[in-house]
Design a protein around this ligand. Structure first.
Ligand SMILES: NC(=O)c1ccc[n+]([C@@H]2O[C@H](COP(=O)([O-])OP(=O)(O)OC[C@H]3O[C@@H](n4cnc5c(N)ncnc54)[C@H](O)[C@@H]3O)[C@@H](O)[C@H]2O)c1
Length: 440
């Protein structure tokens, strides 16, 4: 199929590469000339495992352009442009509408059937509202006639984007009409390798499902973090034991039920805010979304309190892992960066290291922390070290069993045993440990 992917960022570049690798004739479009140049040279414009190899291998099926209107020449155009949160927490359609205007202009005068698929996360009501209106106005066509409109979000986790696109739990298609949904389904059936269920529905139901998935998952995370906080205060309690059993109940399920620290990244935090705002705007209650968000914000303060219970102000704290999760350099809303800010503000010397995100984190905290070139350097300089992101290399850190060296706060259980050395696993009754030379 001839497909245009508009927006070659963290999602668009992998999707363009995946579609091309499946033999589709793909036109990748972006407004950023550097991104377009990189993709045209077969170079990954974003950090994502496997993307570089896939782009290089599928170059013959992937062309690039900065001309958004050229998307109209394809049978399907998929929009993966940013939808940043506005001041109220709603997703802004500004860039989606800018792209839709150009595609609409490109479609004007032609009569070949074309489907616009919105993949960006949008507020429910957007597709059948201003996006449809803009598309019809600029193209001079009517959705449902020679034009189709679909909403098909990707359910991916950064660091695992390509696998998640090829083996999704489900494919969600919101459709203006059956013909446009048929075209989208045919396209995505050619991508997936695990025979997932397809769910086709109205545009608004699909928009709501996308946000509902993320807000439900974050509710589970916040719930597990409340359990962890309780376990830390309850003698002999262990959150991993509790969540392991809890997750066996099929009504609950084990995924994302892990007591640790705050969730972050470009989606989870803002999806809750948008969901709460949507509920309020409609006159519905937003208690669950508000609570999920409030619990999450409290997690970095919970972690800071634990550090402060071990160390007096002015001592040295190391933070290992600043990206919001392993295998990505994205630091947006990351727990490590939030902790660095809180501890630096409270008067601690904060040392930072991440395999790929140290410089970005230093810039984000604005000069109040010190960067290190390795995890070992952070260990040498610090009285307490917090492992905020479970990068696999941190599991190799040498543990000191004789009470020397820093206390390590292991937020994610990267060490198999917390009995050895000076390791504190979050979510367990906090033992009295004291770093050498520090005030406990
Ligand atoms: N990143 C994620 O984990 C994730 C997960 C699910 C959904 N989403 C959603 O997917 C969408 C895209 O997210 P992303 O992380 O890939 O964004 P991104 O910022 O990484 O990439 C967006 C790309 O779009 C380009 N762009 C901006 N305006 C454009 C325009 N008018 N025409 C063409 N290109 C344009 C930018 O130059 C950039 O390369 C957003 O709505 C986001 O909320 C993201």
């Amino acid at each position: 199929m001839r497909v245009a992917v508009v927006g070659l960022g963290k999602l668009g570049a992998p999707l363009a590469a995946v579609l091309a690798s499946k033999g589709n004739d793909v036109l990748g479009i972006d407004v950023n000339p550097n991104v377009v140049r990189l993709v045209s040279e077969g170079q990954a414009p974003v950090e994502e495992p496997g993307l570089q190899e896939l782009l290089a291998a599928s170059r013959e099926w992937l062309c690039t352009s900065m001309d958004i209107a050229a998307a109209a020449e394809a049978e399907v155009s998929i929009l993966l442009v940013p939808t940043p949160s506005d001041q109220r927490g709603a997703f802004s359609n500004e860039f989606v509408l800018a792209a839709v205007e150009e595609i609409g202009r490109g479609l004007r005068g032609g009569d070949a059937y074309h489907v616009v698929v919105v993949g960006s996360t949008v507020m429910p009501g957007s597709c059948d509202g201003e996006i449809r209106g803009t598309l019809e106005r600029l193209s001079g066509r009517i959705v449902g006639e020679s034009l189709g409109l679909c909403y098909s979000p990707e359910f991916i986790a950064l660091g695992n984007v390509i696998r998640d696109m090829i083996e999704p739990d489900m494919v969600l298609i919101g459709e203006s009409d059956a013909r446009s949904g048929d075209v989208s389904e045919r396209l995505y059936r050619g991508v997936v390798e695990n025979d997932p269920p397809f769910r086709r529905m109205s545009l608004v139901n699909a928009e709501l499902t996308k946000i509902a998935v993320n807000t439900y998952v974050t509710m589970k995370i916040s719930y597990a973090n409340v359990l962890a906080d309780i376990c830390e205060r309850l003698p002999e309690a262990n959150v991993d034991v509790v969540t392991d059993a809890l997750g066996l109940d099929t009504r609950i399920g084990a995924k994302y039920l892990r007591g640790a620290i705050a969730y972050g990244g470009p989606c989870f935090p803002r999806d809750n805010k948008a969901f709460a705002m949507l509920a309020r705007d409609l006159g519905a209650q937003a208690l669950l979304a508000d609570a999920t968000d409030a619990v999450n914000v409290a997690q970095s303060h919970r972690l800071a309190r634990i550090v402060q219970s071990l160390l007096a102000e002015g001592a040295a704290v190391g933070i290992l892992g600043l990206s919001y999760k392993p295998h990505t350099n994205v630091i947006e809303e990351s727990a490590g960066v939030a902790l660095a800010r809180i501890l630096a503000e409270a008067g601690y010397h904060v040392h930072l290291y991440d395999p790929v995100a140290t410089d970005a984190a230093l810039a984000a905290v604005g000069g109040v922390a010190h960067g290190a070139r390795s995890a070992a350097e952070v260990m040498d300089r610090s009285d307490v070290v917090v492992i905020a992101t479970p990068w696999p290399e941190f599991a190799e850190l040498p543990l000191n069993g004789d009470g020397e060296g820093p206390i390590i706060i292991d937020c994610w259980g990267v060490f198999r045993s917390s009995d050895s050395g000076n390791v504190i696993r979050l979510g367990r009754a906090l033992a009295q440990k004291s770093p050498s030379g520090a005030v406990a």
